[in-house]
Design a protein around this ligand. Structure first.
Ligand SMILES: C[S@@+](CC[C@H](N)C(=O)[O-])C[C@H]1O[C@@H](n2cnc3c(N)ncnc32)[C@H](O)[C@@H]1O
Length: 302
């Protein structure tokens, strides 16, 4: 990593984090779009460098803060692609907050990307989500703080989106889970999941009881595409495991979308495997062509 000016960064409260992200976005860009700032927070939370206790977070924060907008957008696009290869089903649900990385953003929006990046890293996104231990990363729902703060800021009338506050979620979890601990193989279903705040608390409680979230099924559904996208990101950040699914849809009009989410997961993995195999075949064919068409060694050379 090249030398960059140090910027102070630390894990701040979720409310301060969300407020800083929303202020940075609306001040720098003047845009009412939410997909870009939520996507910036998602990419930083998904950034693949993880260390014990997020020891690298301060240095990486300074590095991000020093990058120009286009470099950040390129890096975020690559981060999303990397995760698409691992969990194409979840990254497909996350499309509403990732596809802006494929747009030609104007200078003002690029300025907004840079401002949100600086705010998010200064207020601790990497300190919270850079730990190699998923139990540590499950301590907070930063995606929820980003989504709700951006919505409240935009509405300016106090009409916003509300997710269950973490202490209430923890109390509800204790009431629900600790009476009788769930058994491996059980499924949890949240039909109005928001970004998954209740599941964060469930996963934390399971880990406290030496249970592994990977041994359970997790089904999140939400009507709102940005909330569902943020929930899909959280599944990865909190490492809920291979049987954690997210669907976007109305529980009243469309019913429980669990079966559709299973089918979607199978389709997306098949699609990913097809792309990987086709690419491998194309590379092998190209290599064989080059070998066949390269000039034969000169047998007369000494
Ligand atoms: C009060 S929040 C609760 C979120 C989450 N369960 C929590 O505890 O933080 C309500 C969420 O329900 C979603 N929602 C409202 N009506 C819905 C519906 N008919 N189907 C699916 N989701 C819905 C909203 O989009 C919002 O994200």
């Amino acid at each position: 990593m090249t030398s960059v000016p140090h910027i102070p960064s630390a894990a701040r409260s979720g409310a301060d984090f969300g407020q800083a992200v929303a202020d940075a976005w609306y001040t720098a860009s003047g845009s009412s779009r939410m997909d870009i700032p939520v996507g910036v927070v998602a990419a930083l939370a998904l950034w693949p460098v993880k260390t014990e206790g997020a020891a690298h977070a301060g240095r990486l924060a300074s590095y991000f803060a020093a990058q120009p907008g286009p470099v950040l957008v390129q890096g975020y696009a690559e981060c999303f692609s990397l995760h698409w290869m691992r969990r194409p089903d979840l990254l497909d649900i996350a499309t509403p907050i990732t596809q802006w990385t494929e747009e030609e953003l104007n200078e003002t929006l690029l300025h907004g990307v840079r401002a949100v990046t600086r705010a998010a890293v200064q207020y601790g996104v990497l300190h919270y989500t850079g730990a190699s231990d998923p139990a540590f990363r499950s301590a907070i729902d930063l995606m929820s703080w980003a989504v709700t703060s951006l919505r409240h800021h935009r509405s300016r009338k106090g009409l916003g989106e509300y997710h269950t506050p973490p202490d209430i979620a923890d109390a509800l979890t204790r009431l629900t889970l600790e009476k009788e601990l769930p058994r491996p193989g059980d499924w949890f279903c949240e039909p109005t999941a928001g970004t998954g705040s209740m599941f964060r608390s469930f996963a934390e409680t399971l880990r406290d009881h030496n249970l592994d979230p990977h041994d359970f099924g997790w089904m999140m559904q939400d009507l709102d595409p940005i909330a569902a996208a943020a929930g899909a990101v959280n599944v990865i950040v909190w490492d809920l495991g291979p049987r954690a699914l997210v669907a976007c849809g109305d529980i009243l009009a469309q019913g429980d979308l669990s079966a559709a989410a299973h089918a979607h997961q199978r389709e997306m993995f098949a699609h990913r495997d097809l792309i990987v195999n086709t690419t491998r075949t194309a590379v092998a064919t190209h290599k064989a062509d080059r070998l066949l068409n390269s000039p034969a060694p000169d047998s007369t050379a000494a």
